[in-house]
Design a protein around this ligand. Structure first.
Ligand code: GLA
Length: 700
């Protein structure tokens, strides 16, 4: 066994010291060569009034060896074997990965700790498996992945949110104590996105050392960042196991979800570049390599009011606007006239669609668009045929009252009959109709999720993955959107089997600016569903001009979510304009490197995407500008040695209220050097609140 392991990626090094137990010595900038004296030079002193031995902050910190912060593993065997201490006995090393095997002969447990580092993206993955080698059951209460961060990682940025307000960020100092987030909602959740960043003082979008973390898991989780009293600090993430959820019989094992982590010296932009690169190459797989089609989703247009002739008219208008995929949302299946009934009955409502769904689909296809359909397979309404036949399929605990959520209950996917029924229904829909896309929704949390009386979030989550996997194996050209009342199920593990997220039910462009910015730290624009909604937002009642709505939607995987038949012609033409603009730059948006700009005026959101030739930048004035004049736009990702053609491609069309004289360049195409654009910057016009402009720069 090597006593020092050095895994490297393009810009990073991970150095692990292997003594009794493996411990990370360095995870950060790439080191060209390890000094022969590294073990001596990194040996820690022993402090007064403490244990007489050094306590490693190991890959799975142990309460049993005197780690008094959160241990990596907790559990017991009928009240015994509750403080295990592991010795490494094997190591399987390859160029980009290592697997350590550890054992505790007393507690009769083995651990397998896997670490991989992706060379191109600098993203590290970690997962731990525990195996019960004893003869009696081991009750596992916790198994988490731990990664240390250096003592100068002094600040923390975490995420919070709720329905229609996902991915809100929160900064705090990380000097003593720590941070903990526990998610018990049974889905990834709006409230507790499993991701966080720690970094050097004042790290921001463009500067600072940052370590970024994301747990790829769609169930319960625990995420923490702790500062030990000796100054060492670490981030830890794993599944939050309910009492009794992981009882391991002899030879049984439990594996954590993957923890994804990365490091950058280029602030949060560096981190998101790493995550996007990794997601593009390792997580997402589109069945066909083609531009992401522009959507029209019917939900905010017609809700439950389905009339095939009218829907076909909507499709006509959609096609004229340049839409490429037309999706019928909730309300198409038997008895679904409102949100209180019919979930589970995945058969076409023939009263609404007397001639079937085929004429609508053919019409959509004849207009050159793909067809998509909404489903919410994990759910059941009490008022449904399915509930009448199988009330026992509900995920609940016998003897207790199960509260409904959005008037519905969750199905027990670990029940094979239920799983097979759902597969049969979905398979039948995808076989019968020319459906190329499913919007897969999930609209409530799990309360007392019991399978045969036992806690079942883990089982339910894995069964959901299995259902998606089975369906995709049978229909490998179908794409799936992960929606959960908007962004309630957004994570890397669900993205392995889906192709897009509905980022939020909130189509209010102002709210969306913040939601999409938060989401952009982890997810590239091509998986971020973002739609132009009606002028009056259905979630906030705020009114937005089409400029703000169009500009906000076109930076992601764009769509439209309204009834195009009802809107005035000029508005339809404006939708077409923004769709065209999106298509014009889609190649760049969906493959380039995303960035956000640190602004002096915090009421501005400036972001963009670039490749080696082009840069596309959106400047959005969220609320009233802080200053009478905006700061010049300095573009840090630009090539200082090149010349650029700079053009305004979109500006608010209404008259400017706050500006009486426009900078003259707005009506010209400029030629500017990268150096000037980086250091001196470009003067921006004064934008009114809730408006946006877009610039395109092309290397000459
Ligand atoms: C959820 C989704 C919406 C829509 C409705 C339909 O709220 O997030 O986009 O599909 O369900 O009932």
């Amino acid at each position: 066994m090597n006593s020092i392991i050095h895994l490297t990626s393009k810009n990073c090094s991970l150095i692990i010291k292997v003594e009794r137990t493996p411990e990370i010595l360095h995870w950060g900038p790439r080191i060209s060569q390890i000094d022969p004296d590294i073990l001596l030079s990194t040996e820690r002193p022993i402090s007064q009034a403490r244990l007489d031995v050094d306590v490693p902050l190991s890959l799975c910190p142990e309460l049993g060896s005197g780690h008094f912060n959160a241990p990596g593993l907790e559990g017991h065997r009928d009240s015994y074997d509750w403080a295990p201490v592991f010795d490494v006995f094997d190591q399987d090393l390859s160029a980009q990965s290592v697997i350590f095997k550890l054992q505790d002969h007393v507690a009769q447990l083995q651990l397998e700790i896997e670490i991989k580092i992706d060379f191109e993206s600098d993203v590290l993955q970690k997962r731990i498996t525990v195996i019960n080698t004893g003869k009696t059951n081991y009750s596992l209460t916790k198994l988490s992945s731990t990664l240390p961060v250096p003592n100068h990682a002094n600040e923390l940025m975490s995420f919070h949110g709720r329905w229609s307000r996902e991915f809100q960020t929160h900064r705090q100092s990380f000097a003593h104590g720590g941070f903990m987030q526990e998610n018990r909602r049974g889905r990834t959740s709006h409230e507790n996105f499993p991701g966080l960043f720690v970094g050097s003082d004042n790290f921001n979008e463009q500067c600072g050392q940052v370590w970024g973390f994301h747990l790829g898991w769609s169930g319960n989780h625990q995420l923490r960042a702790d500062v030990k009293s000796d100054g060492r600090r670490f981030v830890q993430a794993g599944e939050l196991l309910l009492a009794g959820e992981a009882i391991l019989a002899e030879s049984e094992s439990y594996s954590t979800p993957w923890l994804y982590a990365t490091y950058s010296t280029a602030g949060l932009n560096g981190i998101s570049e790493h995550f996007h690169h990794f997601v593009r190459n390792n997580i997402i797989s589109f069945p066909v390599d083609k531009p992401r089609p522009v959507h029209l989703n019917t939900w905010e247009g017609i809700y439950f009011d389905h009339d095939p002739a009218y829907i076909m008219k909507m499709a006509d208008e959609a096609a004229v606007m340049g839409v490429e995929r037309f999706i019928i949302d909730d309300g198409w299946f038997i008895g679904r006239h409102g949100e209180r009934a019919a979930l589970g009955d995945w058969y076409l409502d023939e009263q609404k669609y007397p001639n079937g769904l085929e004429p609508v689909i053919s019409h959509v296809n004849d207009l050159g668009m793909e067809f998509g359909l909404w489903v919410e397979p994990e759910m059941i309404s009490q008022d449904s045929l399915l509930y009448k036949a199988h009330p026992d399929w509900v995920l609940e605990l016998q003897g207790y009252h199960q509260p409904s959520g959005r008037w519905q209950y969750v199905l027990d996917l670990q029940n094979p009959d239920c799983f097979n029924y759902l597969f049969e229904r979905l398979n039948d829909l995808l076989t019968t109709y020319n459906i190329s896309y499913l919007k897969w929704d999930m609209n409530r949390e799990l309360v007392q999720p019991g399978h045969q009386g036992k806690p079942a979030v883990n089982g339910q989550t894995n069964a959901l993955y299995a259902l998606l996997d089975k369906l995709l194996a049978a229909h490998d050209k179908v794409e799936i959107e992960s929606c959960s009342s908007g962004g309630g199920r957004i994570d890397f593990e669900i993205l392995k089997r889906t192709h897009r997220f509905w980022a939020s039910d909130c189509n209010d462009a102002l709210e969306r600016q913040a939601i999409q910015r938060g989401m952009s730290y982890f997810f590239p624009p091509e998986v971020m569903g973002s739609h132009i909604g009606p002028d009056e937002s259905h979630t906030t009642r705020r009114m937005h001009h089409i400029n703000m709505r169009g500009m906000t939607a076109l930076g992601g995987h764009m769509g439209v979510e309204l009834d195009p038949v009802k809107v005035p012609k000029e508005e339809r033409q404006a939708f077409a304009k923004y769709i065209a603009l999106h298509k014009q730059y889609r190649h760049l948006l969906h493959s380039g490197r995303s960035f956000r700009v640190d602004t002096a005026d915090k009421r501005q959101n400036i972001y963009g995407v670039h490749n080696d030739i082009e840069i596309l930048i959106t400047v959005c004035q969220l609320t009233m500008p802080d200053y009478a004049l905006p700061s010049p736009l300095r573009i840090s990702c630009i090539d200082p040695s090149a010349l650029y053609q700079v053009k305004l491609v979109e500006t608010p069309t209404t008259s400017f209220q706050l500006m009486k004289q426009r900078p003259k360049w707005l009506d010209k195409t400029l030629t500017l050097s990268g150096e000037n654009l980086k250091e001196i910057g470009l003067t921006l016009p004064i934008l009114d609140p809730e408006s946006a402009l877009m610039l395109h720069l092309k290397k000459l």
